[in-house]
Design a protein around this ligand. Structure first.
Ligand code: FE2
Ligand code: FE2
Length: 164
């Protein structure tokens, strides 16, 4: 992120690059999370979100083409850290039930990070008059929110109780 930021347009592009890097890292991490999950509902949730994440990357690429911006070449350091913590969780010596609870704790941190990023980017897009981009970003935002809610419900209704 060495380019000078002169306008909300520049900042919008920078935020898109950050999201693009975050999603690209996640696409590599989610299969490991799914493989590690023991509860079939949790496994399914990770598998479904992997498919959604691939589509979210396609949306970002579409937005990038629309504004003539190349989105690669930047690394989202926050997602690097979140993925590293997820890997620590996977490596931890834990019972199946506690491992599932820990995987959810790690995954919800990721979803909240994405929700913050997409909420911001969608508002910028709207403000800048990129209405199609704003719509695509809101679609992704809704998927991230739905994933967070699903993980929350799995934890509260099943997994945390099993981990006690
Ligand atoms: Fe995502
Ligand atoms: Fe997500």
């Amino acid at each position: 992120m060495s380019d000078k930021l002169r306008s909300l347009d520049d900042l919008f592009e920078e935020q898109l690059k950050d999201l693009y890097s975050a999603e690209s890292q996640l696409v590599k991490a989610l299969p490991d999370m799914a493989k590690e999950a023991r509860d079939p509902r949790l496994q399914q949730a990770f598998d479904n979100h992997l498919m959604e994440t691939k589509n979210q990357i396609a949306r970002l690429e579409q937005i990038g083409r629309g504004i003539n911006a190349k989105l690669d070449g930047h690394t989202c350091k926050a997602m690097q850290g979140l993925v590293a913590e997820g890997k620590e969780t996977i490596a931890e010596d834990a019972t199946d039930e506690v491992k599932d609870a820990a995987l959810i704790a790690a995954a919800q941190r990721v979803e909240h990070y994405e929700i913050a990023g997409y909420g911001t980017a969608a508002h910028y897009a709207q403000r800048l008059g990129h209405s199609q981009a704003a719509e695509l970003l809101r679609q992704t935002l809704q998927e991230e929110q739905a994933t967070d809610t699903l993980l929350n419900n799995l934890a509260k209704n099943y997994i945390n109780a099993k981990a006690m």
